[in-house]
Structures are given as structure tokens and as C-alpha cells.
Design a protein around this ligand. Sequence first.
Ligand code: T4K
Length: 391
Amino acid sequence: MKLIQTPQDLAINGASPAFEQALHVGRPNIGNRDAFLKFAEQILESHWLSNNGPMVQEFEQRVADHHDVKHCVAMCNGTVALEIAIRALGLEGEVIIPSYTFIATAHALHWQAITPVFADIDLATHTLSPDAVRCMITPRTTGIIGVHLWGRAADIEGLQAIADEHDLKLMFDAAHVFGCSYKDTMIGSFGACEVLSFHATKFFNTFEGGAVLTNDDELAETMRLMRNFGFSGMDNVIHPGTNGKMIEIAAAMGMVNLDAIDNMVEANRRNYYVYRDELSSLPGISLLTFNESEHNNYQYIVIEIGEECPATRDYIIQGLHAENILARRYFWPGCHNMKPYIDLNPHAGLMLPNTQQVADRVILLPTGTTMDADMIQTVVSVIRTLLVDKA
Ligand code: T4K
């Protein structure tokens, strides 16, 4: 690996990149390949590829057990899982969500002619501020979708209190918190339901996939109907539905990755500590930390570039990309600044000062099982040198 010590060593100044192969924020973690290929053989041999097959059923049970929750309803991806959960809960009119989230949270509502109303976030946690949510409630509001971000839970109690007070439904986008807890209870039991994503770029993946976790028997049954066109047995459709089913090969990947989950968390945790030590001396750069008394997946390494930092966020991103380190600006510029939401409500940003500030400051750095301490030291030496270059 190349040593980066002076501004002349930087690719942004014409040197060769620090890494020949690109480093990705969303590099998939992959469990035991032989075990996966054995499952693939088993699936092909059985000629059962989809439609609530045995792999999906076993996978659902294991994910439910992992989260200490009654039901896991597996789906083809997290976005469809959000759409089905939203519909099964009967949300309509307006639903309050953060703008500081992946666009899927907003689209899952808009796709069903429900208006996402963006409320501001807390500067420290990056998740919905209950006070901000309170300001956005109107007679048309039917629900709140809290988003647990970066592997850390939202203010669940604060949001539940508002939902109770105003008789609103509460559900969570839990795409980032597979295997995490809130006040010692595993994610999955909060609100009416919580939605996971198993996309390739998530720390735990099934190629593509998602699931809804809930303790509500009736809700789970409705979602099972909805993900399979509303079929109840052969030739008998009893509910509106769509095709949200997870396929067998995706469940097989999930089972193999579940077997490796402890190693994946350990790799993320180890990387997080290396980043924490290496970044601690850099002026104006702060690392988002995890509460060690909870179950964490340490899925994302999130840094914030403060005003005291000699370099701007976008200069650092440019410098990292030049080195083949594909750091990301998630979730810049915020859903409210993207179409169709920017056209529907061009002034939404006036109510979202914290969202704007955080979206302008954040950088996500590569982590996961494909990263090691030497690579992280090089990533941080690039950032350190970029600051010198701009000091
Ligand atoms: N809610 C939240 C809060 C979410 O974050 C997401 C998804 C959802 C809901 C919806 O769940 P899904 O419907 O996706 O299950 C990526 C993912 O596509 C998306 O799943 C994820 N959030 C989001 C945070 O990240 P992009 O647009 O950044 O993807 P892309 O293609 O730029 O990939 C990211 C990096 O990973 C690149 O450097 C390439 C690398 N990569 C990607 C893939 C697919 C690989 O190395 N290998 C791969 O297989 O959205």
C-alpha cells in the first residue's frame, strides 16, 4: 500500500491513487461460499425456487429468533417491505418522516399517493426529533415512520409518546439496524412493525431482500397475504396484493450470512475502533459513536466535518475518490431536495435546518469484512494529508 505523508503524495495533486482497486462503503459481506453453493445445489435439486419455500420459512424463523420477535415476514427488498407495511397499517393522507433518510422511505409513501411530510432531525443523533414531529402534525396526519440510522435506534420512546397522544400509527424503517437493540430490547418489537433491508450493500445481505418484523399476529397475516397477490390457497384471492416474495436463493444467502454474523459484527467493531483511534487527532472531524451497552452492528463509519476543519466536506470527498476510496455523502441533499418532493413543496427546507446542516457535513467511510487496519490507516492518512493540503 502506498504511503501518504505529504500533499505531493496525493492523487488529487497528480500522484498515483493509494488503492488500485476501489474501496466501497457498500462492499457486501459474504459468508461461507461452500455452504452457500451447497444450498444452491439443494434448491436446484428440489425444483422449488420461490413462493414461500422451505429456505424462506427457515430464514424467517431464524431472523425472528435473532430479534426476539414473533413474526418475520420476508420480502423481495426493503422498499417493497416498506410499501406493504404502510398499506397493511392503513396509512393514508400525510405521514411524517425524516428527510434525512434514503429516498426509499419517502418513495414508499408517494408511490401509494400518501404525502410524506418531512420533519427535522436531532443534530446529535441524525434521527427524527420528536419536537419537530409535533410541529408537523395536521388533521390529515395518520402516522409516523421513524428511521433508525447508521446502526443506532431513533428516539423510540419520544416518538411513541407523540403517536399515543395524537392517535397516530407508528412504524420504523429499520434498514440499518439488523441485530441492534434499544434500551436492551432487540429492534423488531417497537411501534406497530419495523422494516429491515437485506440489500447487497447492507452489513447483512440476501443479495436483495427485506422483511417486516412485528409481534402483531393480524398485521403479519395481512402482510403475508399482500406479498403473495392476496392468495389464500389455490385459486382463492381474498385481499389486494402484489408480488413481494423473497426467493429461495436469497434466503440461502441469508442463512449462510446469519451463520457468519458474529464475525461480520466483529470485523465492523474492530474497524470502528481503528477509525476512532486514527481519526481522534484530526481537527474539526468527529466520528459518530455507538452506545456500548447496546447490541450494535457498527454498520457505518460516519464522520462529520465541522467548521473548524481546514478542508471542506466536498474537498475531502474529492480527494478520497481520487485515491479510489469511494466515500459517500449519504443522505445529501436530503429527500426534500430531490424530485418529486422539491417540486411538491419547494419551501420544505425552511423547517429543516438541522437536516441541511447534517447533510452538508457527513461522510461515510468504507468498512466491513473486506477492510483491515492497514487499509483504514491509509484512508485516514489520506484525510490527514488533505487537511494539511488545505491548512
Ligand atoms: N431505508 C433506508 C434507510 C435505506 O438505507 C434503504 C436502502 C432502504 C430503506 C431501502 O432498502 P432496499 O429496497 O434497498 O432493500 C445503496 C443501496 O442500494 C440501498 O439499499 C441502501 N439503502 C443505500 C444506503 O445504499 P446506493 O445508491 O448508494 O447504491 P450504489 O449502487 O451506489 O452502491 C453503493 C456502493 O456499494 C458503491 O460504491 C458500489 C458498492 N457495491 C454495490 C453493490 C450493489 C458493491 O461493492 N457491490 C454490490 O453488489 O444505494
